[in-house]
Write a protein that binds this ligand. Sequence first.
Ligand code: PGA
Length: 253
Amino acid sequence: MTANTKLVAGNWKMHGRRDMAAALAQAVCAGAPAGVDAALCVPFPYLAQVGDALTNGPVALGAQDLSEQDEGAYTGEVSGGMLAEFGCRYVIVGHSERRARHAESSARVAAKAARAVACGLTPIVCVGETLQEREGGQTLDVISAQLEPVLSLGADLVAQLVIAYEPVWAIGTGRTASVAQAVEVHGAIRHALRGCAPEVADAVRLLYGGSVKPETAPGLFAGEDIDGGLIGGAALDAASFLAICRAAAAAAR
Ligand code: PGA
């Protein structure tokens, strides 16, 4: 048995303007269905405004990164304590765009996940292989290596995680992984969780991300061990994001 309420998290990335952020958050909040946990992970400058729009509603606030440091002389970085102060519940860590553009190692991603948990936030830890790695038959090895430092943080910490499988070749490309491809990797992640934290493994939510659209969401969410989605492009349109949330609510029933 896995966690049965699914989680759908929008990742706005570096998109938006102030007026758009408020309107999008309000529309999502107003239309969010029952039976799903929904969250919006927004750019730092919009946290206060989106947080206000979501207050007392069914949609949680999230951010897209945090520092692994507590506080200090780290110009440009944002701490988990600051995110918590703004009402964040979730924070994405180790997105492939950060791993690639900011050379974030899996060890650093694990340190960020630990810092998030210490600040009372739920980290959404992203893993995923490149097209070259998939074509080279290395997918499961890559995922396992990316997960290793985070799984060695111990069962108490692992119990606080959300893990997102996002094949790099599917992100922003319109090329969603097939349900079978996603289920294979999610099954391998669940297996790894059972190995290191058997008592909590089934409760950790495993999200799929990579070009999820309203049309592909129902099939993906029906897949074994797919406990929700991390949604990029489709999260920038309230109607699409809400359709994905409804698919997740329907799949959980
Ligand atoms: P996408 O992005 O849905 O636009 O592919 C997903 C992500 O990068 O989290």
